[in-house]
Design a protein around this ligand. Structure first.
Ligand code: EPU
Length: 421
């Protein structure tokens, strides 16, 4: 076990380069199952979740060739296994993303049910309902989903709610279906556009011209392609907040500013000077920012994956604000840890009321999930004294070389072996 140790108080300054997006890379890697030809992905981030997905694909019989500098070649010439086991789904829920492509290519899949997690119940009922509408026979047994179909067929399906991986799973299933699939009330995150681009590059037909509706014409086969993974908008947002919370001047480079608009709007409202370029954003702080309410929502709303980090910023802002979490029912696990550092936060149902304080003091805190760990690191950067964030493994799932990147901006941050578990 490792921990991150931060001595707070340094003003961050300089430029940081953003990595490829975790949540785009995971479905794209799983989409390689759709073709027997080679898929080449560039700008694959070096993350634990990427490693887990590689292991899962290897187990299914997929060949992987990991080149240096973030290029990954994947070839699913033959699928020899159809199971996503409990041990993998338990460590990474996105493992369920093999369900759609396995059903499309092989007509069978056995995938462990994910169960609850630290941020909410997170069922996959919509993935299963959609696959059933596409002709799959689905049985739940021994904690596993057993799905079978002679061939997935096109259908007209409306999601009951917006789900990112649910939309991705059904898009991949539909890519090799017999006939045309219309998916309605879909999630519209940029990572979904990236998946549509990949499938189209493989010779598929995905039309997203009507927002929220995806029309996929099933093909008999798809071919190989090379694809550049989009920048990670959550990593970009986290570094912008790092600049803001340390009252610094940080330029976040190689990102897509259009994907960050809801955050940028809030950062401007708090009083930061936000300068937007073609593929970079600079934030310059002129001192303590103002409190500003936020409500998370599916894209294009404010991202739930930035809620914890934004809360760290609000904890030190001037005034009171309400932060409402509309996507997950239990995504306030970071609150009690922030309170241990001196924050003044009260949670009632899905809303946290944050009264800004002037200072935080370093403490031992426990990371409970990926974004909560980023939040605690941000708080540690601004706190006086030393903060130790335990359970650093959460961080490694989604932030590539974060200590190195923050150190380059001037942070006093290091990783150490941990005895507390
Ligand atoms: N939901 C259902 N039924 C379903 C699917 C979802 O009730 O069948 C509910 C969930 O419980 C949740 C809401 O719908 O309340 C939205 O969940 P969604 O399915 O969109 O989340 P996800 O696809 O499991 C992805 C990201 C998450 C991100 C969410 C929301 C990936 C691999 N994961 O999860 O990323 O928080 O969308 O934007 O894309 C992270 O990176 O830290 C992370 C958790």
């Amino acid at each position: 076990m490792e921990k991150i140790v931060i001595r707070g108080g340094n003003r961050l300054e300089g430029a940081v380069e953003i990595s490829g997006s975790k949540n785009a890379a995971l479905p794209l890697m799983c989409a390689s199952i759709l073709s027997s030809e080679e898929i080449t992905l560039h700008r694959v981030p070096g993350l634990k979740d990427i490693l887990t997905t590689k292991q899962l694909l290897l187990q299914l019989g997929v060949q992987l060739d990991d080149l240096s500098s973030g290029t990954l070649k994947i070839k699913a010439r033959e699928i020899t296994d159809h199971t996503a086991p409990y041990e993998m789904v338990k460590t990474m829920r996105a493992s369920v993303l093999v369900l759609g492509p396995l059903m499309a290519r092989e007509g069978r899949a056995v995938v462990s049910l994910p169960g609850g997690c630290a941020i909410g119940a997170r069922p996959i009922d919509q993935h299963l309902k959609g696959l059933e509408a596409m002709g799959a026979d689905i049985r739940l047994e021994g904690g596993y989903v057993h799905a079978r179909a002679r061939r997935i067929r096109g259908t007209d399906f409306t999601f009951d709610l917006k789900t990112v991986t649910g939309t991705e799973n059904l898009m991949m299933a539909a890519a090799l279906a017999q006939g045309t699939t219309v998916l309605r009330h879909c999630a519209v995150e940029p990572e979904i556009d990236a998946l549509a681009n990949l499938i189209n590059g493989m010779g598929g037909s995905v039309d997203m011209s009507v927002p929220g509706t995806i029309v996929i014409e099933g093909k008999d086969r798809l071919h190989g392609v090379a694809h550049d993974i989009m920048p990670d908008r959550i990593e970009a947002g986290t570094h912008l907040i790092a600049g803001a919370i340390t009252r610094g001047d940080v330029r976040v480079c190689r990102c897509e500013p259009a994907h960050l608009l809801p955050l940028l709007e809030k950062l401007s409202q708090t009083g930061l000077n936000v300068q937007v370029g073609d593929d970079e954003v600079r934030v310059i702080s002129n001192g303590r920012g103002k409190s500003c309410d936020v409500t998370t929502d599916p894209y294009p709303g404010f991202a739930t994956d930035l809620q914890a980090q934004y809360m760290a910023l609000m904890v030190l802002a001037d005034g009171r604000c309400q932060i409402t979490e509309n996507v997950f029912e239990n995504r306030f696990m970071h609150v009690q840890e922030l309170v241990r550092m001196g924050a003044n936060i009260k949670v009632s149902a899905r809303t946290a009321q944050v009264d800004g304080v002037e200072n935080l003091s370093g403490a031992h805190v426990q990371a409970t999930d990926l974004r909560a760990s980023a939040c605690l690191i941000l708080a540690g950067l601004a706190a006086s004294g030393e903060t130790e964030v335990h359970r650093a493994y959460h961080l490694d799932r989604g932030y590539e070389r974060i200590e190195e990147k923050l150190r380059k901006l001037g942070a006093d941050i290091r990783r150490e072996k941990d005895v507390i578990i």
